[in-house]
Design a protein around this ligand. Structure first.
Ligand code: NAD
Length: 437
């Protein structure tokens, strides 16, 4: 337990490293913890106690003794036989064609393999399709280290369930799944993880079961959201609102409470493709998951609504509010708000003046990566319409009156999450058209 190296210091890795440190300090254990990331800029900013998107504060980082490193060689093993526990949390995205991109995982395995010694333990936390840890990662570790897994070193898998922006379900208080190559390895993983997640551990019967559970959980969520999105198209045709239908349906004890919308982030729009790819390779068609992805990734139903509204107004100015991938987080990975902004900006048939606001995203990173400039909310005015993409509490605090005052009479307020659904009468009385799913 003495030495821990977290590999990949993104949203998951940084939060995990901080939790590990906190828990081990609480147990008054003597330990060393390092955090390794190939991204030099990320490591430099963490060394300066600055985190742009994982939610760690200056104080969290300043008071931590995590050694942030940018080169695996900084794990100096010369003259020391001390065992190391590596926890790998690198990103597992998909390519533009939706094929799983395991390149970060492969490279992390190669780097760890270089410094791996006998008795070390490697736990993967990155989301993968079932079989990837044993068929892809372990052979790389064995090849680069010249050691044999199960005999010389050991491998486990523990999927991460962190839910950004959700203060109820955080890393430290949700059930943690763990698995290992065999009973002995499972116990080794358990010995470590029980100190970090003392009351919430579930031992999976194999690595494949743990891997499968993670992609099933997120595919199920994607399918559930897609059903509500699809249903909302029907309710609109019927002249009723999906939000009213959900309020009614939610009174049933086993109804699954899911809101319509466009899921973004590292998990929901990505993990189903890991399932789809492996399913198809095994002759399973995964039709439901594919249909759900198509529904949830399709912004054209909304874009048509925007065109129809904007045809009837004087100003060609649209403000898109909410550019991160979900409410109350600064993370912009796979943000559907950014995708919508780009699609509207590129639309030469409808040359809108489209401007953006978000209360939390890092303005410089957004400008640098997507060319989108964030304006101050107070300076946004004379709009044909507002498109609200997220339920950020900042917009509730700003107030619906202040928001709709920015829109010309008979302009449009597109409320994607239905944040102001209950105030829709007030919005309509003020002379603004209201649209939500
Ligand atoms: N973000 C979430 O909410 C969330 C929740 C549950 C599970 N997950 C899963 O956890 C994993 C990590 O997700 P994340 O959101 O933290 O990703 P992230 O993109 O925020 O961070 C990944 C980090 O890994 C680093 N990295 C890439 N290749 C590396 C290498 N070879 N060696 C060292 N570092 C490397 C990157 O520079 C980056 O800082 C993914 O598999 C994701 O699907 C994420």
């Amino acid at each position: 337990m003495k030495n821990i190296v977290v590999v990949g210091l993104g949203y998951v890795g940084l939060n995990l490293a901080l939790i590990i440190e906190k828990s081990l300090k609480k147990h008054k254990l003597d330990f060393n913890i390092s955090g390794f990331d190939v991204n030099k800029r990320r490591v430099e900013s963490l060394k300066n106690n600055h985190d742009t998107y994982s939610g760690a504060s200056y104080l969290d980082l300043e008071s931590s003794k995590i050694k942030f490193i940018n080169s695996i060689e900084e794990i100096n093993r010369k003259g020391s036989n001390e065992q190391i526990n590596f926890i790998i949390c690198v990103s597992t995205p998909v390519y533009a064609d939706h094929y799983p991109n395991l390149s970060h995982l492969v490279s992390a395995s190669e780097l760890v393999g270089k410094v791996l010694r006998k008795e070390d333990l490697v736990v993967y936390e990155s989301t993968v399709y079932p079989g990837a840890t044993e068929d892809i990662c372990i052979p790389i570790l064995e090849k680069t280290s010249n050691l044999k897994s199960k005999d010389d070193f050991y491998v486990g898998f523990s999927p991460e369930r962190i839910n950004p922006g959700d203060s109820l379900h955080q890393m430290a208080n949700v059930t943690k799944l763990i698995s290992g190559q065999n009973e002995k390895v499972l116990e080794m993983v358990y010995e470590i993880y029980k100190k970090i997640f003392p009351e919430n551990i579930f031992k999976c019967s194999s690595i494949k079961v743990a891997e499968s559970s993670k992609i099933l959980e997120n595919t199920q969520r994607d399918v559930n959201i897609a059903l509500i999105n699809e249903f909302s198209h029907l309710t609109e045709k019927l002249g009723i609102s999906i939000h009213d239908v959900l309020d009614a349906a939610n009174t049933k004890w086993n109804f699954i409470d899911v809101k319509p919308g466009f899921p973004g982030g590292e998990c929901i729009p990505v993990d189903p493709y890991y399932y789809i790819e492996l399913a198809e390779r095994n002759g399973v068609t995964a039709e439901l998951a594919k249909a759900a992805r198509n529904i949830n990734d399709n912004l054209f139903y909304l874009i048509n609504k925007i065109h129809m509204g904007m045809m009837k107004v004087n100003s060609n100015k649209i403000a898109l509010l909410g550019l991160s991938y979900k409410s109350n987080v600064p993370d912009m990975k796979n943000s559907m708000g950014i995708k919508l902004f780009s699609l509207l900006k590129r639309d030469t048939v409808h040359p809108y003046d489209i401007i953006a606001h978000d209360p939390l995203v890092d303005k410089d990173i957004l400008k640098n990566d997507s060319g989108i400039e964030i304006l101050e909310l107070d300076k946004i005015n004379n709009l044909g319409s507002i498109i609200l993409m997220e339920s950020d509490s900042a917009y509730v605090e700003y107030g619906i009156d202040n928001l709709i005052n920015k829109i010309e009479k008979n302009g449009y307020f597109y409320d994607i999450p239905g944040l102001f659904y209950k105030q829709r009468e007030q919005i309509i009385v003020a002379g603004i058209n209201y649209w939500s799913f």
